[in-house]
Design a protein around this ligand. Structure first.
Ligand code: C2E
Ligand code: CA
Ligand code: CA
Length: 697
């Protein structure tokens, strides 16, 4: 599954706000436009005003020079002065004078201090000169076409400048006012654009932090912005739907998982852990006792006359009795002791860390006494007794299966000796059989002499009957005892570690066989091989498998590895890496004896698993025991939810097959369809199945 990278937060840096930036740009543009217009207008008016003043002065000067010319001619100096006196009508004219040569003939107004000498100021090609607040004008005085002298006039521009300045200030303030007003209007508009965007940002942040996909935004504002809001809401709706369905799926899965775990580990009559739980718990306890050199004890308790209660009072009363027995037994235990119901009327107690000699025997005595008290069933007083067998590890054995056999032997000895008593295992109760040492050396010889062979058991799709796979199972062609199934030797092979070379040998054999069959054109389904915990835990296991594949040239895609649940739960193995490597090469992975583990099955989700094999024990009683049917049903549901293939093992009867098909189990394996076949028979079987040829294997 692709993982989603978490979004990295933006680095903390000051980012400009959109509305500020836009406001700034807007103000700059408006101010620039109005400023340019204002400068142009004011400049134009200024020049215009000066020109008007100059024109008025020129008109006055024109009239004056004509009059003054006549006055020169006929009236003399006094007449000229009178003519100048008419200037008093123009308030702007401060000073005027008429010269002839260097002599001033007449003047008007007082000569200002430090006033410019206009003759020098006005350039030869012009008739006037502007200064900051003064205007000087020069006009020739003529009569009859002859020059009589020069008229100089000086106008004061101060008052008109002042008026102009006032006007400029006024218009400038007005322009500012317009800019401010425009900004206000613009910001109002901008806010109505930016606010919904900010609301969207806020919402996105809330959704991210709270994970609440039910939040929505108001769809308001301008068309583009409201469309953005609509799309955002639509996206949230889609996300919400997805998250609801993902949540639902996870919940379903969790429910199914805990259901399977519970069903697989508890007995529904007494509510005690069942035999599956017991087996695993015992392995752990024996393991711990071996490692810590502590003693642990196993007590097997069998009710002596339970069958007669069932027959006389019926199954309901039988169940009530078992419930009460479970209650009395549990009351005798201390914390840390484990009690399980392992069979119809059989209970097992695991006592760990025994510090007092005879502690197990004392408890057995108390059990016998506690069960002797009468039971009230359906208004009847009923009496039951029990026989108890005890075996200890590591004192009697270091192997958990042997420990069960020894406790069982002790329990039978108690029955033989008259029931209603307990017995401790002793050497003379050891079941008579072949000695492990002898078997061990025979296995070693068997490996050398290639006495081990593989048989093949096909697996079928329940709905169509098509062959979908096969399991390879080892057999020992014993020179004296004939063909032996693993039950005769596998325990010794495991305990002695001989299972490791034996497993290598068989995998080699399997790969060569597959190569050979393929060369002969035998159409094959994928073939599985069993690997025990001991083999898997050996260092270099994965490398050996890969090496065998390489040496034999058998494609990994033709194989499937079967590992039991307890192997998958084994601590300290490089499980994930090994399985992922094998899986990535094309090897399929099946969980064998599924449903017998008692710890969390969440490992299924973390490992590359393709198939679950429903343990034969659930299939055996599937028609009689509703508990087993419920377990099979739950495993099928779990397989569906995790998209794994599910194969029911050990299907022997039509009724079992029918029930499995009813609960939707996809495939099965068992004597009903085919027993394990020797290699030659299996090749014939495959050749006779056209669907294998179609599958192109
Ligand atoms: P398993 O892996 O659970 O194999 C299924 C067992 O159920 C096989 O027993 C098979 O013959 C048997 N079986 C299949 N269908 C039916 C049926 O309808 N009824 C009954 N009663 N039994 C059925 P088998 O061949 O005796 O093997 C027993 C166990 O020995 C296997 O259990 C497996 O744990 C182990 N084993 C077999 N071959 C190998 C192997 O090559 N390597 C290792 N490490 N273990 C192996
Ligand atoms: Ca198997
Ligand atoms: Ca199995």
């Amino acid at each position: 599954m692709a993982s989603v990278e978490p979004l990295k937060p933006n680095p903390p840096r000051k980012q400009p706000s959109l509305s500020r930036r836009l406001g700034g740009i807007f103000i700059l543009a408006v101010a620039l436009a109005i400023g340019v217009a204002w400068v142009a207008a004011v400049g134009y008016l200024f020049v215009n005003q000066r020109d008007a003043t100059l024109d008025a002065l020129r008109t006055d000067a024109g009239m004056l020079s004509t009059n003054a010319g006549a006055a020169f001619r006929f009236g003399g100096r006094t007449a000229v002065e009178e003519t100048l006196g008419s200037l008093s009508r123009n308030p702007a004219v401060r000073w005027a004078f008429i010269t002839r040569g260097d002599v001033v003939l007449a003047s008007f107004g007082p000569a200002p201090n430090g006033a410019p000498t206009w003759d020098a100021q006005i350039s030869p090609g012009s008739d006037h000169d502007f200064q900051v607040s003064l205007l000087g004008l020069r006009q020739k005085v003529e009569f009859d076409g002859r020059t009589q002298g020069w008229l100089y006039m000086e106008a004061d521009l101060g008052p008109s400048n002042l008026r102009f300045l006032l006007m400029a200030l006024l218009t400038f303030s007005f322009a500012l006012l317009i800019v401010a007003l425009a900004l206000r209007v613009f910001q109002g508009r901008l806010r109505s654009i930016v606010t919904p965007i900010l609301a969207l940002t806020d919402l996105a942040r809330k959704v991210t932090s709270s994970g609440d996909m039910s939040l929505r935004t108001d769809v308001t504002g301008y068309r583009e912005v409201s469309r953005l809001g609509e799309d955002f809401n639509r996206m949230l709706v889609a996300l919400e739907r997805r998250s609801v369905s993902v949540q639902q799926e996870l919940e379903d899965r969790r429910r199914i998982e805990s259901h399977v775990e519970h069903l697989a580990s508890y007995d529904h009559v007494t509510h005690l852990p069942n035999r599956h739980y017991f087996r695993n718990r015992l392995d752990l306890a024996v393991d711990k006792a071996n490692r810590a050199s502590e003693q642990m004890a196993l007590l097997l308790i069998d009710l002596d006359n339970f069958k007669s209660v069932n027959v006389d009072l019926g199954h309901y009363a039988g169940d009530k009795l078992l419930e009460e027995v479970a209650r009395r037994l549990s009351a005798l235990l201390q914390s840390g002791d484990v009690i399980c119901r392992i069979g119809g009327d059989e209970f097992a107690i695991i006592l760990e860390n025994l510090d007092i000699r005879g502690q197990a025997g004392q408890l057995a005595g108390r059990i016998i006494t506690a069960l002797q008290a009468p039971f009230m069933l359906e208004g009847n007083k009923t009496q039951v007794t029990a026989s108890v067998g005890i075996a200890c590890a590591p004192r009697d054995t270091t192997d958990s299966l042997t420990l069960v056999r020894f406790a069982d032997a002790a329990m039978y000895r108690a029955k033989e000796l008259g029931k209603n008593r307990w017995e401790q295992f002793s050497a003379e109760m050891r079941p008579k059989g072949r000695r492990p040492l002898e078997i061990k050396s025979q296995i070693r010889l068997g490996i050398q002499q290639a006495q081990f062979v593989l048989h093949f058991q096909p697996q079928f799709e329940l709905a169509t009957g098509r062959v979908i796979g096969a399991e390879s199972l080892m057999r020992w062609q014993h020179p004296e005892r004939g063909l032996l199934s693993p039950s005769h030797f596998i325990e010794v092979a495991e305990e002695s570690g001989l299972i490791v070379p034996l497993g290598d040998l068989l995998l080699n054999q399997l790969c060569r066989q597959i190569k050979e069959w393929r060369a002969e054109g035998v159409p094959l389904p994928r073939i599985s091989f069993n690997v025990s915990g001991r083999q898997f835990a050996q260092s270099g296991f994965m490398d050996r498998v890969l090496e065998i594949l390489k040496d034999t040239g058998c494609p990994a895609g033709a194989l499937e590895i079967e590992l039991t649940e307890s192997t998958l739960l084994m601590p300290g193995t490089d499980l994930v890496r090994t399985l992922e490597t094998l899986n990535s090469r094309g090897l399929a992975i099946a969980v064998d004896d599924f449903g017998t583990g008692f710890s969390s099955i969440t490992y299924l989700k973390h490992l590359p698993i393709d198939k679950l094999k429903v343990d034969k024990r659930f299939v055996d009683d599937i028609a009689e025991n509703p508990n087993d049917l419920a377990i099979a049903r739950a495993i099928v549901a779990l397989g569906k939810s995790l998209q794994l293939d599910v194969v029911a093992e050990g299907v022997e009867t039509l009724e079992q097959g029918k029930l499995l098909r009813e609960i939707g189990c996809p495939s099965m394996q068992g004597y009903l369809m085919s027993r394990p076949l020797p290699a030659a028979k299996f090749a014939e079987f495959c050749n006779a199945h056209p669907e294998l040829r179609q599958a192109g294997t």
